[in-house]
Each structure stands twice: as structure tokens, then as C-alpha cells.
Design a protein around this ligand. Structure first.
Ligand code: X6L
Ligand code: MG
Ligand code: MG
Length: 169
């Protein structure tokens, strides 16, 4: 089982609804358990500035999938939720990024882990702190990142905290 941290963002349409739907799809993915979801933050766009503000959050999951298979699952969710890849860094219904995958590293065309830009991005680190209480990164100035709301955690069917269901005898 690998411990993995993800970042999600949306800045088109009903942003909160896209985040909620993406979380539900993630929780329904085989061999993925959503363990914790951060608060939702409204954040000013970084990179390409002339676009609507984002809602961003961070997620802690446990998974049996490899980084490559997890990435394909995340891209399927993005596609199903209407993600179009138009302008680079431009507006999107939903973006799901792998930030950290256990102690694994990747740097190829499809996958860069740890996420190369995460340590400079308040919109990544401020939500991440909610789901990673012992986080060692120095969190940057929170300018442009405002608390928006809390999200319901979709319950995990393989949750080790719930009592084991024994078959009736
Ligand atoms: C120079 C050139 C400086 C490029 C920064 C920063 C590019 C961030 C891409 C950059 C540069 C990104 C989100 C966002 C994006 C998001 C908010 C990216 C990818 N995604 N802004 N901008 N939230 N607030 O999720 O992260 S585009
Ligand atoms: Mg991103
Ligand atoms: Mg992405």
C-alpha cells in the first residue's frame, strides 16, 4: 500500500461540484482509498494570470496502484469531467496532480514525482498542510489563497478504522 498526496484544482463552471465529483470518482476507483481531504481554498491563478480564480484542495490516499496506473486513472477522471487540453496553464474543469508517491521518484514525459513546482506554490502547500500535519516544507506567504469551505470526505469502503464486517454464520 502506498501513501500518496494529490492536488486538485478547478476554475471553470461549478468549481465546487467538479471537485466533489472528482473526489467521488477517486473514492470509487478500485484499489484507491481516500483517507483525508483538505479544506477548499479559493486561489488566484498562477502561471497564466488572465483566467478565473481557482478552487484548490489536497487529498491523502492509500493505493495499491503504481504511479503510472494511478496517473491513467486520474486522467480518465479528468477526461470524464470534461477536461479539455487547450491553452497551456489555461482554465480547466478539473486538474488532478500527483504531488508525492511514497518515496518514489519519476521524471519522464508523462510523470514527474515529486511534483516539480509544488514547493513554490501556496495553492498546493496550504491545502497540503491540512492533510499532512507533520509537513516539513516552509509554507509560503498565503497571499492569493483564501479559505473557501470544508468538503465532506467520501467514506472509504476499505477503511481500517471501521470494524471488520464478518460473514454471518
Ligand atoms: C512562470 C512561468 C512562473 C510559469 C510560474 C506556475 C506555470 C504554475 C504553471 C509559472 C507557472 C503553473 C493552477 C494555477 C495553474 C491551480 C492556481 C501551474 C499550472 N494551475 N493557479 N495555475 N491553482 N491558483 O491549480 O500550476 S497552471
Ligand atoms: Mg496542476
Ligand atoms: Mg495536471
Amino acid at each position: 500500500m502506498s501513501l500518496v498526496y494529490l492536488s486538485m484544482g478547478s476554475n471553470m463552471g461549478d468549481r465546487l461540484d467538479f471537485l466533489q465529483k472528482a473526489l467521488k470518482r477517486l473514492q470509487e476507483t478500485d484499489d484507491v482509498c481516500v483517507e483525508a481531504v483538505s479544506s477548499v481554498y479559493e486561489t488566484e491563478p498562477v502561471g497564466y494570470r488572465e483566467q478565473p480564480d481557482f478552487l484548490n484542495l489536497a487529498v491523502r490516499i492509500k493505493t495499491l496502484l503504481s504511479p503510472e496506473i494511478l496517473l491513467s486513472e486520474l486522467q480518465r477522471i479528468e477526461k470524464d469531467l470534461g477536461r479539455k487540453r487547450n491553452r497551456r496553464f489555461g482554465p480547466r474543469t478539473i486538474d488532478i496532480d500527483i504531488l508525492l508517491f511514497e518515496n518514489q521518484e519519476r521524471s519522464d514525459d508523462r510523470l514527474s514525482i515529486p511534483h516539480p513546482r509544488m514547493k513554490q506554490r501556496a495553492f498546493v502547500l496550504i491545502p497540503l498542510r491540512d492533510v499532512m500535519p507533520d509537513m516539513s516544507e516552509v509554507v509560503p506567504d498565503d497571499a492569493g489563497v483564501r479559505y473557501y469551505c470544508d468538503m465532506d470526505l467520501p467514506s472509504c469502503e476499505n477503511d481500517s478504522r471501521s470494524p471488520a464486517k464478518l460473514p454471518p454464520d
